[in-house]
Structures are given as C-alpha cells and as structure tokens.
Design a protein around this ligand. Structure first.
Ligand code: ZN
Length: 106
C-alpha cells in the first residue's frame, strides 16, 4: 500500500486498496472516497457529521417539495441550511435521528 491509497472510510482491514481512488471491500463492492461501500456508509450514518449532512438534504428536499405541493413553510426557514434558525436545526436533527433509530442505523 502506498501513502494516500484509499482503504475505505472505516475498517481498513475490510478493504483492499487499488490506489488512491478506490478500494474493493469485503462486502463485494467498490468503495470510493465520494461513494462509500455499504459497510462504510452504515458506519458513517451514525456519526454526528452525518446527521448534519442528512439534515441539510432533508431541509432542502422539504423546502423544494413544499414549493411543488403549494405547502407554505415559515419564511425564516426558507434559507440555506446554514442560515436557518437554530431551533429549526434542532427540530430537523431530532427528526433525522428518529428516522435513523427507526431504521436501526443509530
Ligand atoms: Zn468502504
């Protein structure tokens, strides 16, 4: 293995690197830095950093769906995730965590 070779995001012993761009995982799939294998994705989804990424996805999807369906959201929440009020962020975090717990991913 050379310096900089990708060994998966988690559990390097479950991956066999083929260079800096990807690794073959024991689950029988490729693992890329920007498209994780299912094993790495399952580990990542339980992290606090993942919660923020998933909240942003949910926020953007909710606001976009609201426009499409004619549902009126609060004006102060119609902003980029980074700019929504903290109480809105906490509410979305709780919802995302509940979803992940229901799926057994947290
Ligand atoms: Zn992986």
């Amino acid at each position: 293995m050379a310096e900089g070779d990708w060994e998966g995001k988690y559990n390097p012993s479950d991956h066999r690197t083929v260079g800096p761009h990807r690794a073959w995982s024991n689950s029988g799939e490729w693992c890329y830095p920007d498209m994780l294998c299912s094993g790495c994705r399952d580990e990542w989804v339980g992290t606090d950093g993942a919660i923020e990424v998933l909240c942003e996805v949910m926020h953007d999807a909710y606001e976009a769906a609201a426009v499409k369906t004619g549902w009126e959201t609060q004006e102060r929440s119609r902003a980029a995730w980074a700019d929504v009020p903290e109480a809105n962020k906490e509410t979305m975090r709780a919802a995302v965590v509940a979803l992940l717990e229901r799926l057994g991913l947290r």
